[in-house]
Design a protein around this ligand. Structure first.
Ligand code: UDP
Ligand code: GLC
Length: 379
């Protein structure tokens, strides 16, 4: 099957990293079309996946835009739409991986008479989107998509609650190659040395810097932990959240944690870094649609504490393969961190369980088979 994948982002967020794994089996006969240039393009190229940047003009619709802004931005999409229609005629299927890709993909699917699949990586709720953006996404998916692949039960439920047709949906979790997360002891030691983490109890946070990812919750929790507990914050402000990044630095200063928090920016060596941590925390204050970092920590064998909402609740069973805490509650987070420090053996058993379960449940080959089956049966 020849697939035209569409994604609005030039930057490698979770939805984009997921797309690399999905597009790879089709790379000899497919194209990824992007609506922005950037590091994501380079990553696709490194994976020998054909990629074309279809526009370099920023598309102005924001997640919280109103009707007027949405309509105004529509005009600027026309040249992009014409280009996509022309390309789509050479492919069997359009696969939209983000919301703006859905808008263009839906119209292009009508004009090129190609079926449309929408991979839903978001929780379509008012916590994450404006009412108009929600309505546009659900209406376009209902009207034009033959299949909506939701990245979790939570994303699927939000979609149907917003009016999406349940019968066109299927849930497919993100897949991972577990061998990429088995890091030799020597490499772990080396990274611990480089980052001066030896003899410290290290908490890792691996998310792009954005208010709803809740890095401030971890910093607040750290202040309630003993001094040998330190944190590394890995990730960059990918989508313009510079103010929040500054607030985090200020919070660290105010709490006197300068020697206990390291901001590492965006890193490509996530498995190595996660393996060098004693615990990975996930602290999203709004429901996480899926949460790749949670599964990645599990595959590294590092105990994970996740915020109890959205997709995270499908990934973590408290006390079995990880820990769940109330979103936004730094006191509870500190308490669980301290329990993990004290109950080393139980925590290690839980992390071990998590690794075994995750390597089966999120196996990339199985997930890719599920997708292949869905694509061939539905289109
Ligand atoms: N990630 C990365 N480098 C960083 C920070 C994060 O490669 O510095 C990766 C991380 O390993 C994960 C993805 O970015 O695979 C984030 O996906 P997730 O689903 O956790 O959150 P999203 O940002 O998509 O909401
Ligand atoms: C989105 C979601 C994240 C999910 C990722 C991959 O970026 O925010 O929760 O893990 O897509 O599906």
């Amino acid at each position: 099957m020849k697939i035209l994948f569409l994604d609005q982002s030039g930057k490698p967020g979770g939805a984009e990293l997921c797309l690399i794994d999905i597009a790879k089996p089709y790379r000899d006969r497919s194209l990824v079309g992007l609506f922005a240039d950037g590091d994501f393009k380079t990553l696709l190229q490194q994976n020998q996946i054909p990629v074309e940047v279809l526009t370099t003009k920023p598309i102005q619709v924001k997640k919280q835009s109103n009707l007027f802004q949405a309509l105004a931005s529509f005009q600027q999409l026309i040249p992009l739409l014409i280009k996509v229609v022309k390309i789509a005629k050479k492919y069997d299927l359009i696969y939209a991986n983000t919301q703006k890709a859905l808008v263009i993909g839906a119209l292009a699917s009508v004009l090129s008479r190609r079926p449309l699949v929408y991979h839903l990586h978001d929780i379509l709720s008012l916590e994450h989107f404006s009412p108009i953006n929600l309505r546009v996404a659900v209406t376009l998916a209902n009207t034009f998509a033959s299949l909506v692949i939701a990245n979790s039960q939570a994303s699927q439920t939000a979609f149907t609650q917003a009016g999406g047709k349940a019968e066109i949906t299927a849930i497919v979790y993100n897949g991972f190659a577990s061998k990429n997360y088995q890091i030799p002891e020597a490499e772990i030691k080396q990274i611990q040395q480089e980052l001066d983490l030896e003899s410290k109890f290290v908490i890792g946070h691996f998310s792009r810097i954005a208010p709803w990812k809740g890095q401030h919750i971890l910093i607040a929790a750290l202040a309630k932990c003993p001094p040998q507990v330190t944190a590394i914050l890995v990730g960059d402000a990918l989508f313009g959240e510079q103010n929040y990044a500054q607030e985090l630095h200020q919070q660290v200063k105010t709490l006197g944690l300068e020697n206990r928090v390291k901001f590492l920016g965006f890193r490509a060596d996530i498995p190595q870094l996660m393996s060098a941590c004693n615990i990975v925390t996930h602290t999203s204050t709004a429901p996480e649609p899926f949460g790749r970092v949670i599964v990645e920590a599990m595959l590294c064998g590092t105990p994970v504490i996740a915020a109890k909402a959205g997709g995270a609740m499908e990934l973590v069973e408290h006390g079995v393969n990880g820990f769940l805490t109330t979103p936004g509650d730094s006191k509870e987070l500190a308490k669980v961190i301290n329990t993990c420090r004290e109950e080393i053996e139980i925590t290690a058993t839980i992390a071990n369980n998590a690794r075994n379960i995750a390597s089966q449940r999120f196996d990339i080959a199985t997930i890719n088979q599920q997708i292949a089956q869905l694509l061939s049966s539905g289109n």
